[in-house]
Design a protein around this ligand. Sequence first.
Ligand SMILES: [Zn+2]
Length: 187
Amino acid sequence: MRKITALLFTGVLALMLQSCYGQSAPAQKEQESPAYSRKDSGSVNKSNEEWKKILSPEVYEVARLKGTERPFTSEFEHSKDVGTFYCAVCGNALFRSNAKYESGCGWPSFFEPLSKTSILEAADNTLGMRRTEVMCGKCKSHLGHVFEDGPPPTGLRYCINGVVLDFEKAKTAEKKFNSKKKTDSGS
Ligand SMILES: [Zn+2]
């Protein structure tokens, strides 16, 4: 009996902590997928059989079968929000919004990854094309391709499927924006 009370208490405490820190989105994801974590940066290795049980069919198709989402369908293609893009499969931080630009190609585009280790690249000679595939550095999920027709300073275009991205708005940027709005309207 005492054990059950203790378990209940831990559960309530965890819920309270979750709402205090306001991270319900990633916490919820972690509950849905045991492979998703924004804190643990260790590599994630699973078979496609296991991934199929964890991921939604749309994410599985792109991330594990190297599929491509239909162009011009991602909510992230035109978004200008300030924040960080994470891997929707494992929670690895991939791109910052300040490296995002409108390439017009139909998929969210970035001119550089968040860090050298956040992504992996590999030669992709399928479909009669010579392309460079981009994968998540932590779980090796397929993200998209990188092309050499991007803007300065890198000249690169990381063309990424929005379905495998997860976005978190920067809280500090949001605060700054809101306080600026206040001063603007006050003057
Ligand atoms: Zn990943």
